[in-house]
Design a protein around this ligand. Structure first.
Ligand SMILES: *Cc1c(COP(=O)(O)O)cnc(C)c1O
Length: 425
């Protein structure tokens, strides 16, 4: 892409030959008559037009069937979560038995840590990346305290490059060499939320497991963004939310993965009736025999109205295919990056790695003139319908997503930033 001309004609030509371009019309683009240039799929994905019908169907079936909707609804509520299983598994490269749609992300991290963070006096540390998402940090700190240990002793943060926030694999390697012996859990991002850096899940898992650690991933910014091979990664567990790239709506039902090798293991865990074996669940007896696989981590019967838009969204991913989406995504982000390099090299720098294997669709940009100018640019973009987001202390995230963004969106964003730079030059 580096030798391409970044201009409007090129953008239009790329849109014209884009075989996924039709998916854009399956989403509501906010902004009314002058649609927004929406680059915020990393924070809240746009609404699939099929979401409303999916929710309406459940409201209608509730009205029509009452309690019998559990069996007679178009999508019976009893096995509702299992109808999502295959779609979810395809989306993250897992076996169906390894995934479940349930709860929200931080809740799932906690439930999975109950099983996979089992500190002992000799092995009680958790390794995370420096600058981890606050919720993950609060979750691991509180887990450490819950077990009677102290975060000051047990929380290890792998050092990031101070100016970019990028965490090298050699830094992780070093941390494991130094602390691996006393580490119970390595909890790692698939894509780091602030920098957009993507990690090789298999390589990270191998490193952690070589030191005897359990390895889990937070895939909040990876699910629906990168084609994942969760099963092959050999990770112990993973969790993700579904409202970012997965477009399932604000606070959508999250996902969880537990590797097949744990599917019948008697791991310590918090139980609820929906994790009980299906054939005995309704016998209402005191005995609990966990249903095999990730399903066994479920507690409650699922919130159907919240699951419906996830179904609608996953069906779109199934139709488009993660491989095709990724192929476009790589080109879309490279196009945006080319524009920044050609037109804005004296205005912005990207902290996101340049190699496509080390990033998803997001570019994290810093304004060279500093934080307050960064804020000014961000406000200017928002006022002009380019929807990015701001992450403290100084990063503007722009995430062109292959389902609903166009190459001309990227062109427009660069042109607008240039306009701002001319006014502030
Ligand atoms: C978005 C995000 C969250 C949000 O957590 P919720 O439980 O869904 O509110 C947590 N961790 C990471 C890394 C995220 O990117």
């Amino acid at each position: 892409m580096s030798d391409m001309h970044f201009n409007e004609e090129t953008a239009q030509a790329l849109d014209a030959e884009d075989r996924l371009a039709g998916f854009r019309s399956q989403f509501f683009i906010p902004g009314g008559n002058t649609p927004q240039y929406y680059f915020c799929g990393n924070s809240l994905g746009l609404q699939p037009k099929t979401a409303r019908a999916a929710i309406d169907q459940e409201l209608e079936d509730w009205a029509t069937f009452g309690v019998e909707g559990h069996f007679h609804a178009k999508h019976p509520w009893m096995p509702y979560h299992s109808e999502l299983r295959e779609l979810l598994a395809n989306c993250v490269g897992a076996k169906p038995v390894e995934v479940v749609a349930m709860n929200s992300l931080t809740v799932n991290l906690h439930l999975l840590m109950v099983s996979f963070y089992r500190p002992t006096p000799k092995r009680n540390a958790i390794i995370i990346e420096q600058g981890a998402f606050p919720s993950d940090r609060y979750a691991v700190e509180s887990q450490i305290r819950f077990h009677g240990y102290r975060p000051e002793d047990c929380l290890i943060e792998v050092e990031a490059d101070p100016s970019t926030g990028i965490v090298s694999m050699s830094a992780l390697q070093e941390a494991l060499k130094q602390h691996g012996q006393r580490t119970a859990l390595l909890l790692w991002p698939g894509v780091q939320y602030r920098t957009g850096q993507a990690f090789d899940l298999q390589a990270v898992t191998e490193l952690g497991q070589r030191h005897g650690c359990r390895v889990g991933f937070d895939l909040a910014h990876a699910a629906g963004n990168l084609p994942l091979q969760l099963h092959d990664s050999n990770a112990d567990f993973a969790a993700w939310c579904s409202y970012k790239y997965l477009n399932a709506g604000p606070g959508a039902i999250a996902g969880a993965f537990v590797h097949e090798r744990h599917s019948t293991a008697e791991l310590p865990r918090f139980n609820g009736w929906w994790g009980n074996r299906q054939d005995i669940r309704f016998q209402m007896k005191p005995n609990f025999e966990s249903t095999p696989g990730a399903d066994g981590w479920q507690l409650s019967n699922p919130p159907i109205f919240a699951m419906a838009p996830l179904r609608a969204s996953l069906e779109i991913f199934e139709t488009a295919g993660m491989a095709a989406l990724r192929e476009k995504s790589v080109r879309l982000t490279a196009f945006l990056e080319t524009g920044i390099a050609q037109e804005l090299s004296n205005v912005l720098r990207s902290v996101t790695p340049v190699a496509s294997e080390q990033r998803g669709c997001q570019l994290s940009l810093q304004v060279l003139a500093g934080r307050s100018q960064g804020r000014s640019l961000f406000d200017f973009l928002s006022a002009n319908k380019v929807i990015a987001d701001w992450r403290e202390p100084d990063v503007i995230r722009l995430s062109p997503t292959p389902l609903y963004n166009r190459f001309t969106d990227c062109y427009h964003a660069v042109r607008l930033i240039k306009q701002w730079a001319q006014q502030h030059g």
